[in-house]
Design a protein around this ligand. Sequence first.
Ligand code: NI
Ligand code: MN
Length: 229
Amino acid sequence: MIELKFFGHSAVGIKTDAVKILIDPFLEGNPLVKECPESIEVDVICVTHGHGDHVGDTEKLAQKNDALVIAPFELATYLDMKGCTVHPMHIGGARNFDWGRIKLVPALHGSAFIEDGGKIVYTGNPCGFLLTLEGKTIYHAGDTGLSAEMEIIGRMNTIDLALLPIGDNFTMGPDDAAEAVRMLKPKQVVPIHFNTWDVIAQNPDGFAKKVAGMTRVQIIPPGDSIQLT
Ligand code: NI
Ligand code: MN
C-alpha cells in the first residue's frame, strides 16, 4: 500500500513499506503547511528544480535524516556542495533503486537558486519525476508549462496518479492542465501548486469540472493523505 500525503504547494510525501520519499519539501515558510519539518522522517528527497518553493527544507531534512537527495545533475551538485548526500540524475534517465524506480522527465520551466545576498546560482534544467513503487506509477510534474512531451509520457506509461500544477502565472493553469490530462491519461489527478499565494489563487473544483469524464480528480486538503491500493 502507498500512502501519499499532500503538505501543500508542491510538497508531497510518499510512503511505502520500503521507503519514505519527500518531493519538493517546501515546508518552513509555506503558508499551507502546519507541521514543523523537525517532526518529519524521510529516506529519499526528490527535488524537481532549484527554486526556493521546491528546494525548501531539503538541506536541513537531508542532513537530519541522513536522506539521499535525487535531483537533476546541476542541482544535485549544488546540494552536494551544501553537504547533502546526493544521487544526480538527468532528464530521460531512469534508475532502479532497491525501493523502486525513478525516471526524470522534461519540465518546461527555469531552475536557479537565489542565495542570501541575492546571488543567483543557475541549477540546470528543471524536471518532473516518474516514480514506480509497488507496481504503481506516480508522475510529479514539478513546475511546468504544458508540453508536447506529456503526450509521450502518457503513451509510454500507465500513470496511476499525476500531480499536476494548476496555479497559472508560473506554471500551467487549469485549461492547460486539462490538456495535459488528455495527453497523460492518468487514472487519478491531484492538483498542486495553487492557493499558496494570491498570484496562484485557483479554484480546484473548476479544474475538476474541466477533466470530468477523463480522470478522477482528488483535491487533497493540505496536511491530508490518500492511499493508493
Ligand atoms: Ni519554480
Ligand atoms: Mn514553484
